[in-house]
Design a protein around this ligand. Structure first.
Ligand code: 2AM
Length: 501
């Protein structure tokens, strides 16, 4: 028996939308669904007749809106950008005050801020929620990062908590075993209110930036094992499986192991050896990096991972350059076991720096947008459901529980100690990569970040001298209070040194 009105609705039945709708229905909520192309709605509803909550197909937006219990809650899961605006524009005239529109797409956070404001002016409530974990996550438990009207989220919360991924309260390990019609019961949901207006989508964007970093760092570990140790894919796969048991344990390390062990069905060679080395990107890593530049927050390792994809994309140019530009002839001759252990440590230290940068970004954004982000909780949400889910996020949660105002992740005692212990190996790997000509941009960038951040004095004194020389931009002095600015009349470049008496 279906209810007279659905608990929630969903617009946009591409794979993500279909899977999230099924996830919601699996938890006993009745959900109305609508898609621009009606046949898709009909097919989807017909193929899923017996969900615990029930799916109600709507042919028109009017019918869809009428089918929802008031105040209405509806999720939009269409392409980010123009399509989302188009759906909102056609929905708005059909809604009543206090109805809640939820955008679950990968929206740019500034669009979410704009949409929230526009809908608020019309008496409507808007939630921009990051939904992470891809198709599988949407179906059996995504990480959910909702931002927007806090009272509206209270009304959505029971549904969001139910459908989110679940982790073990103590270990932070993701609870698995969900199947169609059999959702996970118990555990801590990977969903929590993030903050006002665009906060949820902002945090989701940073998640993606961090994900770019993680992926590139893993690729560099692979490149080093391959380049310096001449290891073959299955052997490297075994190493990643081993690493997955320790502090690097994560979804991305696990799938890397699986990918390296996978054979190509056509040639029977390892599949990685036949996949072309040009990376694609959809833009969220770029957004993160552009925003880091806009806010003046150092996130070089995340940006480096975006540039690494860009460099990979100019395959033909690289092939041509490879015939002209020579590298060193040095080969690694030391212990294989020791180098593998060092690469592990380099990966872990680089990862810590990359996360430190991602959290710095959120910290700065919260000032700019007046959000009150709970960093421990954000790390907690990321422990399950999403692409960057990892054992190590538990350490970040603990770090922010120890000190919610932590200036930088590197300053938490656990991370300080970890990097101190592992840095010798990290430095060895970066040096060896340079000496042997294997590109390891994020490993090197993270190390430079670490060395810069721990420097009481950087060469920016000279830089300010240069700026004052050619542009009279002034400088502050080491022997005077901050905020006092000085300038001297520099000599013309061709003139002799000023004589100081
Ligand atoms: P469609 O099946 O009719 O193409 C992902 O592309 C999802 O977004 C699909 O469900 C698609 O509907 C929907 N979509 C894309 N652009 C849209 C638009 N301008 N209005 C409504 N739905 C749109």
């Amino acid at each position: 028996m279906s209810k007279s009105h659905s608990d929630i609705g969903l617009i946009g039945l591409a794979v993500m939308g279909q899977n999230l709708a099924l996830n919601i229905a699996d938890h006993g909520f009745q959900i109305s669904v609508y898609n621009r192309t009606v046949e898709k709605t009909e097919k989807f509803v017909a193929e899923n007749p017996n969900t615990p909550g029930g799916l109600i197909g709507a042919k028109t937006l009017q019918e869809f809106v009428k089918s929802l219990a008031k105040p209405r809650k509806m999720i939009i899961l269409v392409q980010a950008g123009k399509a989302t605006d188009a759906v909102i524009d056609s929905l708005v005239p059909l809604l009543d005050p206090n109805d809640i529109v939820i955008d679950g797409g990968n929206a740019l956070w500034t669009d979410t801020i704009r949409r929230e404001k526009a809908l608020k002016e019309k008496g409507l409530r808007f939630i921009g929620s990051g939904v992470s974990g891809g198709e599988e996550g949407a179906r059996f438990g995504p990480a959910l990062m909702p931002g927007g009207d806090p009272a509206a989220y209270k009304e959505l919360e029971p549904i969001w908590n139910a459908v989110a991924a679940k982790v073990d309260a103590k270990t932070g390990a993701q609870l698995g075993g969900a199947a169609p019609g059999k959702p996970i019961v118990g555990g801590v949901p990977c969903a929590a209110y993030i903050g006002e207006n665009g906060a949820g989508h902002y945090v989701k964007m940073c998640h993606n930036g961090i994900e770019y970093g993680d992926m590139q760092m893993i690729c560099e570990a692979y490149a080093l094992m391959q380049g310096l140790l001449k290891m073959k894919a299955p052997e490297m796969g075994a190493i990643f499986s081993e690493w997955n048991q320790g502090m690097l344990g994560s979804f991305l390390i696990e799938i890397t192991a699986d990918i390296l062990k996978q054979k190509d069905p056509m040639t029977k060679k390892p599949i990685v050896d036949v996949i072309l080395d040009t990376a694609g990107q959809k833009g969220t890593g770029k957004w993160t990096s552009v925003n880091a530049l806009d806010m003046g927050v150092p996130a070089p390792t995340i940006a480096e991972s975006v540039f690494a994809r860009c460099l990979s994309a100019v395959k033909e140019e690289r092939v041509a350059a490879s015939k002209i530009l020579k590298g060193p002839s040095k080969k690694y001759k030391g212990s294989k076991k020791a180098l593998i252990a060092a690469i592990h440590d380099a990966l872990y230290c680089s990862k810590i720096c990359s996360y430190a940068q991602g959290f710095q970004l959120m910290r700065e954004a919260q000032k700019e947008y007046k959000w009150k982000l709970n960093f421990g909780e954000i790390a907690q949400i990321w422990r399950g459901g999403c692409i960057i889910r990892a054992v190590f996020l538990q350490k970040i949660t603990e770090a922010y529980q120890r000190d919610p105002n932590l200036a930088n992740l590197l300053l938490d005692p656990y991370f300080t100690k970890t990097v101190k212990k592992a840095q010798e190996n990290w430095r060895k790997v970066v040096a060896l990569a340079a000496e042997c000509g294997v590109a390891a941009p994020t490993f090197g960038s993270a190390l430079a970040y670490y060395d810069s951040y721990r420097s009481a004095r950087l060469p920016a004194n000279l830089l300010q001298g240069q700026r004052d020389f050619f542009g009279a931009h002034t400088y502050e002095r080491t022997d005077k209070p901050r905020g006092q600015f000085y300038h001297i009349d520099w000599p013309e470049p061709s003139r002799p040194q000023l004589e100081i008496k």
